[in-house]
Design a binder for this molecule. Structure first.
Ligand code: ADP
Ligand code: MG
Length: 308
C-alpha cells in the first residue's frame, strides 16, 4: 500500500510538474522578445531545436525581468541578457550596459590616482572647473602646460611645479586636478602627504620596511609631494628619505611636484636647521638643487578657501 501511495504521489507530482512546466513555457513563448527572436530565426530553428532550448529561453525571460527592475539577485548585475543563436540552439549572452562600462571606466580612472593620506575632496578636483582667480592664474596655466607637454611626450623630462602659497589657497586641490586630468589620459600619479609619509617611514625602520616603501614612492611615474616643510624634518628624513627620492627622480628624469607654505628660499632655511638645532647649510643646499632641477616655483595667492 505504501509503495502504491508513493508511486501515485510521484506520478501526480510528475503530472503537476509537467503542467506547471507547460504553463511556464507558454508564458515564456509569449514574451515579445522571445517571439521576435524565434520569428527572426524561424528558418534556422526547428520545433525540436526550440524545445531543446527551453531552459535558455526560460533563463532569458527570468533574467530580463530581473534586469528591468534592477533585481540584485540577477546572474550578472550590470549586464543585459540577450538571446543569441548558437548553431542549432538558443543561448543567452550578457551584454555590459553603457552604464556599467561608464562606471568601470570611472573606476579605472580613479585607480590611476594613488593618494596616500590626502584629503578626500581632491577626488572632485578638475582642471576644467578649477576656479581661476588672478592669484592662481599662473599656477593654473603652468599646470595646463605641463599636462599638454606630458601627454604629448611622456618619455622626455618635464619640470613639475613647486606650488607655494598660504594655507587654503588651493595648492593641494590643483595637484588633484592635474592628477585627474592625467588619469583620464591613462597616466598614473602618486600623491603623498609628505609629513604623514615621514612619520610612516620612521615607523618602518623598526619593521624593516624602509627600502620597500621607498621603492614604490621613488619610482612612481608621476610623484606629487604635498605640504613639504609643514613639519620639521629630521636629518634622516631630509637626507635618506626626501633626498634619496629626489636624487632618484632626477636621475630617472621623472616628473615630480611639490606644494609648500614655504618658498624655495624659505624651504632651504627650514632644511638647514635640523631638529636638534644644528646648522647644515650644505646638506640643505644639495636638497634644494634637486628641488630646483625637478620643478618650477610658482606663487599662489588668494583667500583661504577652507570652510567657506
Ligand atoms: P591648500 O593645499 O593650498 O592649503 P586646498 O587645496 O586644500 O588648499 O584647498 C582648500 C579648500 O578649498 C579645499 O577644501 C578645496 O576643496 C577648496 N578649493 C580649492 N581650490 C578650489 C577650486 N578651484 N574650486 C573649488 N574648490 C577649491
Ligand atoms: Mg594643502
Amino acid at each position: 500500500m505504501d509503495d502504491v501511495g508513493k508511486n501515485l504521489n510521484r506520478l501526480l507530482d510528475q503530472k503537476n510538474f509537467r503542467t506547471r512546466f507547460e504553463e511556464m513555457m507558454q508564458e515564456v513563448l509569449q514574451d515579445q522578445d522571445v517571439r521576435n527572436f524565434l520569428d527572426a530565426n524561424k528558418e534556422r530553428l526547428t520545433q525540436q531545436d526550440i524545445e531543446r532550448s527551453y531552459a535558455k529561453l526560460y533563463e532569458f525571460v527570468q533574467e530580463k525581468r530581473k534586469f528591468e527592475v534592477n533585481d540584485p539577485s540577477m546572474i550578472a548585475p550590470g549586464y543585459e541578457p540577450q538571446l543569441t543563436l548558437n548553431y542549432h540552439s538558443v543561448d543567452v549572452t550578457y551584454i555590459p550596459t553603457e552604464e556599467l562600462l561608464a562606471r568601470k571606466k570611472q573606476e579605472e580612472i580613479r585607480g590611476r590616482i594613488q593618494a596616500l593620506n590626502m584629503p578626500k575632496d581632491i577626488q572632485e578636483a578638475r582642471i576644467e572647473t578649477y576656479e581661476m582667480t588672478s592669484g592662481r592664474g599662473e599656477a593654473l596655466m603652468a599646470a595646463t602646460e605641463f599636462i599638454r607637454a606630458y601627454k604629448q611626450n611622456s618619455k622626455t623630462f618635464h619640470k613639475g611645479l613647486y606650488l607655494v602659497g598660504s594655507f587654503g589657497v588651493g595648492k593641494t586641490y590643483l595637484l588633484g586636478a592635474i592628477a585627474r586630468d592625467l588619469a583620464e589620459a591613462g597616466f598614473t600619479s602618486t600623491l603623498l602627504h609628505f609629513p604623514s609619509f615621514a612619520v610612516e617611514m620612521k615607523q618602518a625602520i623598526g619593521k624593516n620596511q624602509v627600502s620597500e616603501k621607498m621603492e614604490a614612492i621613488k619610482k612612481a611615474p608621476i610623484l606629487m609631494l604635498d605640504d613639504i616643510g609643514a613639519d620639521s624634518m629630521s636629518s634622516w628624513i631630509r637626507d635618506e628619505v626626501f633626498g634619496v627620492i629626489l636624487q632618484y627622480r632626477m636621475q630617472e628624469q621623472l616628473p615630480t611636484f611639490f606644494t609648500s607654505n614655504f618658498s624655495m628660499l624659505e624651504l632651504e632655511q627650514h632644511l638647514t636647521v635640523t631638529q636638534r638645532g644644528e646648522e647644515e647649510p650644505l646638506k640643505a643646499k644639495r636638497i634644494m638643487e634637486r628641488v630646483r632641477y625637478l620643478t618650477k616655483e610658482i606663487q599662489m595667492a588668494g583667500r583661504n578657501r577652507r570652510n567657506s
